[in-house]
Design a protein around this ligand. Structure first.
Ligand SMILES: [Fe+2]
Ligand SMILES: [Fe+2]
Length: 196
């Protein structure tokens, strides 16, 4: 169960990482190569980050992984405090990113620059956050959690896990992820190539 739970968490990080990587690529193409913005794709990516990461993945971490770890040891208190704070800050930074995209799409002066800046900051924060989880929190969880803890974490993160965290079953997010990959131009996806 430990391996199953960790495989799901790693997999979710990989999917989110792919979307972050894709967003960074699009931002750099728009800024560096004057590529035309693909707002449908940009909104899909931001929706994915909000619906999947902010509303599903992070609350499951808070409620199961971090809560269990807090109950088992004080060794992880500091790192959990940091990660919980980053979850809260990430949510408000994502709102700012949404606003910046709306302003960019509406043609506000400096819209691209403001969106690019907000996107780079959000991407960097999200990478650092996931890396902290993978390198510090998960090793502590492996050290301290019991087999029963891992069973409940695997259940919570599994298909149709805790219904409190959204009515959408996980396969809907897989479909959304596939749509993003289909919309995105090479090299990040299989969609049509961008015209500069
Ligand atoms: Fe997290
Ligand atoms: Fe995470």
């Amino acid at each position: 169960m430990l391996n199953h739970a960790l495989a799901i968490i790693h997999d979710e990080h990989r999917s989110l990482g792919a979307v972050l990587h894709g967003l960074r690529f699009l931002v750099r193409e728009m800024q560096g190569k004057n590529a035309a913005p693909d707002f449908k794709l940009l909104w899909s990516m931001i929706y994915y980050m909000d619906a999947f990461s902010e509303r599903l993945h992070n609350p499951r971490e808070d409620t199961y992984l971090f809560a269990r770890l807090k109950a088992r040891t004080h060794e992880a208190d500091e790192i959990i405090h940091t990660l919980e704070r980053q979850h809260a800050e990430g949510a408000s930074h994502l709102k700012q990113l949404e606003q910046a995209l709306g302003q960019f799409e509406a043609g506000m002066p400096g819209g691209l620059e403001a969106f690019a800046k907000a996107a780079e900051e959000h991407i960097e924060e999200a990478w650092q956050h996931m890396s902290l989880e993978e390198k510090v929190a998960i090793p502590l969880a492996k050290k301290h959690l019991t087999p029963e803890d891992w069973i409940s974490i695997a259940e919570a993160f599994g298909e149709n896990g805790d219904p409190r965290f959204g009515a959408k079953p996980d396969h809907e997010f897989r479909d959304l992820f596939s749509r993003i990959v289909n919309l995105a131009p090479p090299p990040i996806g299989v969609g049509p190539a961008h015209c500069a």
